[in-house]
Design a protein around this ligand. Sequence first.
Ligand code: DX5
Ligand code: ZN
Length: 226
Amino acid sequence: MDAKPIIAPSILAADFSRLADEVAAIELAADWVHVDVMDNHFVPNLTIGLPVVQSLRKATSMPFDVHLMITDPERWAPGYAEAGAYNVTFHAEACENPVALAKTLRAAGSKAGLAIDRDTPVEPYLELLPYIDTLLIMTIKAGFGGQAFMPEMLDKVRDVRRRIQAKNLEVRLEVDGGIAADTIVQAAEAGADAFVAGTAVYGAADPAEAVRRLRALAAEASPSHD
Ligand code: DX5
Ligand code: ZN
């Protein structure tokens, strides 16, 4: 594994009335901004949608890592790519034909990500790795920030990392849910190389410093470190 770790603070834990400032607070320290879109159907919670992403896009130059926790991603996901998202991730559980949607997203100008929720095995999706750019393993049940990290999800991370290495693929392996100073080490050791953190960043007194600390821990724990 040679890719440097990506740290993606989730604005779900930020102050929604000051989103541009909250992104600016981590701009120099982080790699991507993680944007959790929830539709009150795929998950019970409801957050933000395309108009907010379009407005925020104008307020920062940071790459957007959009995580769509929505039903019918075929209908909505391309709009986020067109709005300038760097990576658009949709859920395997919500999509009939992930390869087709990944292709559509790439044609619309973004990277394509596939997310695997807590109760979904990863095995049936390993074959799809050559067609996507990001594989997001949920380390909680999707829907709410501030939940406890589930170490038993790391077997999925190990399985995906093995397949990426065996086939020499260029896929980012991202984890999302309960990532903090202690759990990021376990996730990096298992082979993750992109880390979403909401509470651990925006709940900290100094969000940029929290990002730098997470990055140092991930880099130190990554199997490629020597
Ligand atoms: C939850 C979201 C996460 C959330 C993580 O479904 O996908 O991105 O913001 O929040 P923490 O880091 O607090 O677990
Ligand atoms: Zn997320």
